[in-house]
Design a protein around this ligand. Sequence first.
Ligand code: ZN
Length: 188
Amino acid sequence: MMADTHHRLPTALWTPSPNCAPRLENCAPELIVLHCVSLPEGEYATGAPERLFLNQLDINEHPSFHDLDGMRVSPHLFIDRLGNVQQFVGFNHQAWHAGISSWQRRNSCNGYSIGIELEGTAASDFTQAQYQSLTTACRWLLACYPSIGFDAIVGHMEVAPTRKNDPGSGFDWVTLYQALHAHTAKLY
Ligand SMILES: [Zn+2]
């Protein structure tokens, strides 16, 4: 399977964010970094994470948003609690999701990774709809970008362990990997 010409997931709603940069020397993505976010923390379907990624969040909406003033962040994909997928950055561009980070002794994961935000908290479980959409997205990415190894799906907490704890203990890696293996098995 070839990457979509526009480096977009076919099942995602495309809402481009200005928070991105070209990948250096067209570096192919090699890593998928999973995150979770909710704004305010623990509240869902507010639309606030999406507005943050588009630099459209009014920090006066909630006291906890003042910390986000001037923050310029983006994932490639955002998956809400219902499993709806929104894409903010083309996969051929860097999104700004990992910050100071390191994977296998390589710094600055944004340069060579794809960031996926799940709506949730580091202490919450995630929905079956989210696992289904995440599995579909990862399967598509692994097929389109052979530069991503099957074991190169990690949590933000793994690439920035002193700063980050997402997607957290409520994220079920076994469910994800079993679903990916099941899908992969069907390919043969
Ligand atoms: Zn994160």
